[in-house]
Design a binder for this molecule. Structure first.
Ligand code: TXA
Ligand code: MG
Length: 325
């Protein structure tokens, strides 16, 4: 096998149809894809990522009609949201059909479904001829990949059959997850489709605060407090006055670069939230190097897609800055 195992859309679709696991681009982050109907392929996804099987996978489809193949009792609200925001960075939680193996959903009676906007993702799903289960293509609890190189760096030698290079992810943060199985539509994970955007289509929505319950199927995603962590300690937010910082501290700024530590990278000089979202994970990967002791990230306003960045950064952050540098 070539190494890293780069491949193309047609070959990827063939490998997936054969039951193999392939990393594919989507507009949010790269996914580690396998046939959603095939428990062996699903088991391989969990193994490659070292992901515990209590953390269920998202199933990717390539048109709205395919929703019927994987979900049942689909409420009108699902079609309304699908028509507004699919294809795109939105995942819906719906009652699952029996054809979706329990391994995919961690034995939950529901399935997470997304119709991605990336044209290569759509073509791969269509040509594979089956819905594709795909978590983010990173090791469990690590930072999600937004380029094919990020995937190769973390996973190339772990037995996946191919990696498709579809460039940098435009959105850069995982999809918004919206549950449609409870009384009110509930945002389980914030993303680029904001609660306001969901409200515009459905009226009132609830927002689930995440809490960890180790060992149980996660009814809300990415709940573990230590999700999305780089290897270098990261601190998100204002550094308390008088804190002594290690020598090799680097800083990811957002807009304004004033402050005692010079900006190493800037998420958006103009303070543009979408630009910041597209760059955040790439910057976390770029600065995750042994020569650095600490990554500081400036505070980002907690509005719109900024809620998704705050959610991920709070989980990535040290709780306090009292290290023995
Ligand atoms: O943007 C994305 O959503 C990317 C790309 C590849 O599509 N995928 C992604 O997958 O972020 P992953 O596995 O890293 O995160 C999926 C989350 C998990 O944390 C899981 O807990 C949640 O979705 N999830 C899956 N099925 C669920 C269900 N039935 N009910 C509630 N949450 C579910
Ligand atoms: Mg993930």
């Amino acid at each position: 096998m070539k190494f890293p195992p780069w491949t193309n859309v047609d070959e990827a679709a063939r490998l997936l149809a054969e039951g193999q696991v392939v990393a594919i681009p989507t507009e949010t982050v790269y996914g580690l894809a396998g046939n959603a109907y095939d428990p062996k392929a699903l088991a391989q996804i969990f193994a490659i990522k070292e992901r515990p099987t209590f953390d269920p996978l998202i199933v990717h489809i390539c048109d709205i009609a395919q929703l019927n193949d994987v979900a049942k009792d689909i409420p009108e609200a699902a079609y309304k949201l699908a028509q507004s925001y699919w294809p795109g960075p939105m995942t819906l939680i719906l009652p699952k059909k029996d054809c979706i193996p329990d391994l995919c959903t961690s034995a939950l009676p529901t399935v997470a479904v997304r119709f991605p906007a990336h044209p290569m993702a759509q073509e791969i799903i269509r040509k594979a001829g089956v819905p594709l289960a795909a978590p983010s293509a990173n090791l469990f609890k690590h930072v999600s990949p937004t380029t094919a190189k990020h995937v190769a760096d973390q996973l190339a030698d772990r037995g996946l059959a191919g990696i498709v290079n579809g460039g940098s992810c435009d959105v850069g943060v995982e999809s918004s997850i919206i549950s449609l199985v409870g009384e009110i539509p509930t945002v389980l994970r914030p993303g680029a489709i904001t609660p306001e955007m969901v409200e515009r289509v459905l009226g009132k929505v609830a927002i689930k605060e995440s809490t960890s319950k180790p060992g149980q199927p996660m009814a809300a995603p990415g709940q573990m407090d230590t999700h999305y962590r780089p290897q270098v300690p990261l601190f998100y937010g204002k550094v308390p006055a008088g804190t002594s910082l290690p020598k090799n501290t680097v800083r990811i700024a957002f807009g304004n670069t004033d402050g005692p530590i010079p900006a190493t990278l800037n998420l958006s000089e103009k303070g543009d939230m979408l630009e910041a979202t597209a760059k955040l994970y790439a910057y976390m990967h770029d600065l995750d190097l042994p020569e650095y002791d600490l990554i500081l990230v400036d505070e980002i306003p907690n509005v719109g897609v900024g809620m998704a960045l705050n959610d991920r950064l709070k989980r990535a952050s040290l709780k306090t800055l009292n290290g023995d540098w």
